[in-house]
Design a protein around this ligand. Structure first.
Ligand SMILES: [Ca+2]
Length: 510
């Protein structure tokens, strides 16, 4: 959505949006769901009660019929007629927020535009909304974000990120867009064949890390934008959510005789996950907070790692091998070698390790700002950028953390780490009163197992709850009305396996 503060200016984004064809990047991931290492930070499941307005602790309303800078026709209201919690058997928890565009008389429309501004703001993380679009000529739904500093910076300098945006005349297409000063990348994701977005719920997701903003639909990434593609990058500050259904306006055009009313945007949930643990078995890149460049396995195996790349391809990608206890190793995707600290006198990191040794082991220390620190197990020093060298080198040499040690982590999808145990199979769960009893088949090379759980409808964002040496786990003190999802990995000294196929079950009543 274009922001109303730019009402006097032509919307440069329009022609761009219409001219950019669908691009699906060659990213490694398919069906990734929430990346490993992320846990739920905030959500609205839109289930506070049938017929209720949105939760006033989380949302407020933008009101009026100003045209919103786009010659839109709707009058935004706070009426329950335009936005309320409804029963929906296709929602994960049976309830969804319905934003309804209504034609009150010919050519006159009401709708809702709901914002988290001044209630909740967000900086970095994995964002997932499960939405069912409205449809029809002149209908313009969106789930998007604006920079929290918009009142000081103005638009577009504050930054705008459109995670779901559609005009009803393109019922199979989602636009993922960023807007900043002189910077409007917009890429579409289209469903195949005759499929359309308004007949089912779909997942609209964004992986927002320091240095990158990646758009996904139904777990498939279709565009990743990095900071270095343009000097103006406001996406390093907090933003708030907006969800609305506009009617008419410059981009979609106005409704016509083919448009039916009312039209409903259904929102099952909005969830935001933060990076809190190792991104186990994820292929990642590291983006330095100090110099805004990606770490590269320069001349992998012969030269030390540099931090001087503006984009991240194979040479800048590393597989995170989870060794348990928040320790990891990094396998270069360029040469298959492990990143090591040769010795304490030569702290340059180099991708030449044949196996996971203590010199190839690092503590993984997440920060609340979305970055991580890495600390060498060999010399107990933090990994930092040494900008006195040209190009800047990556060295384990600092006794303290700080911005030189802070890296953004972008995930590209899961991959099995070498020499790790095979994935546990035959995960089963038997319910009892207030508990669930898990069992799985033993894995020969495993020394222990890690159990993961999610209590969210649909099982998103599992996180580790226990490490056990047997092939069973009793999960006690559970809520009998909640469906819990589980997965298990096998661990040995070489790292964690991939996660088992998940299983979901509800405990019996106590
Ligand atoms: Ca819901």
């Amino acid at each position: 959505m274009r922001h109303p503060l730019k009402a006097g200016l032509r919307w440069g984004g329009t022609s761009l949006k219409l001219s950019v064809l669908a691009v699906v990047l060659g990213l490694a991931s398919t069906g990734r769901s929430v990346p490993n290492g992320y846990t739920l930070f905030w959500s609205d499941e839109f289930n506070i009660g049938l017929g209720r307005r949105v939760d006033p602790a989380k949302w407020s309303y933008n009101l009026g019929a100003t045209g919103w800078g786009n010659n839109e026709l709707e009058d935004y209201t706070s009426s329950v007629a335009n936005a309320r919690i409804v029963a929906d058997a296709n929602a994960t928890d049976g309830l969804a927020l319905q934003i309804q565009a209504i034609q009150t008389s010919p050519g006159v429309y009401t709708s809702s535009r709901i914002v988290s501004q001044n209630k909740e703001s967000f900086k970095y993380g994995y964002i997932e909304a499960r939405l069912r679009m409205p449809y029809g000529q002149g209908i313009w739904p969106a789930f998007w974000m604006l920079g929290s500093n918009i009142n000081g910076m103005g638009w577009p300098a504050c930054g705008e990120a459109d995670i779901m945006e559609n005009i009803g005349s393109y019922p199979n297409t989602n636009w993922g867009s960023l807007h900043a000063s002189g910077f409007d990348p917009s890429v579409t994701y289209s469903l195949s064949g005759s499929n359309v977005f308004h007949t089912d719920y779909h997942l609209f997701q964004a992986s927002w890390t320091p240095g990158t903003f990646t758009f996904l639909v139904d777990d498939s990434p279709y565009h990743s934008q990095t900071v270095n593609s343009d000097a103006s990058w406001p996406f390093n500050q907090s933003m708030f959510f907006i969800m609305n259904v506009a009617v008419g306006g410059n981009w979609p055009g106005n409704p016509n005789a083919t448009t039916t009313f009312p039209q409903n945007l259904l929102m099952d949930y909005v969830r935001v996950y933060h990076l809190t643990g190792p991104t186990s078995n994820e292929v990642v890149s590291f983006f330095s907070s100090a110099n805004s460049k990606f770490v590269s396995a320069e001349n992998a195996g012969t030269s030390p790692l540099d931090c001087n790349r503006t984009t991240a391809s194979t040479w800048e990608q590393f597989l995170v091998v989870d060794l348990g206890s928040n320790r990891i190793a990094l396998q270069s995707q360029a040469n298959g070698k492990f990143v090591t600290v040769p010795d304490s006198g030569t702290p340059n990191l180099i991708a030449n390790g044949a196996s996971v040794t203590s010199a190839a082991t690092f503590d993984w220390i997440p920060n609340s700002d979305g970055t991580v620190y890495l600390r060498s197990l060999a010399n107990r020093k933090y990994v930092v950028i040494d900008a006195t060298q040209n190009p800047p080198k990556v060295v384990a040499s600092s006794a303290t953390s700080g911005i030189q040690a802070a890296f953004g982590v972008t995930c590209y999808g899961q991959q099995a780490a070498p020499n790790t145990p095979s994935t546990p199979t035959n995960l089963g769960v038997k319910p009892g009163p207030g508990f669930l009893n898990l069992t799985w088949n033993p894995v020969s090379a495993a020394t222990s197992y890690v159990v993961y759980r999610s209590s969210l409808p649909g099982g998103g964002g599992m996180y580790p709850i226990a490490t056990v040496t047997s092939t069973k786990y009793l999960d006690l003190h559970l809520n009998p009305v909640t469906t819990y999802s589980y997965s298990v990995t096998a661990l040995n000294s070489q790292g964690l396996s991939l996660r088992s196929k998940p299983i979901a079950r509800k405990p019996l009543a106590r």
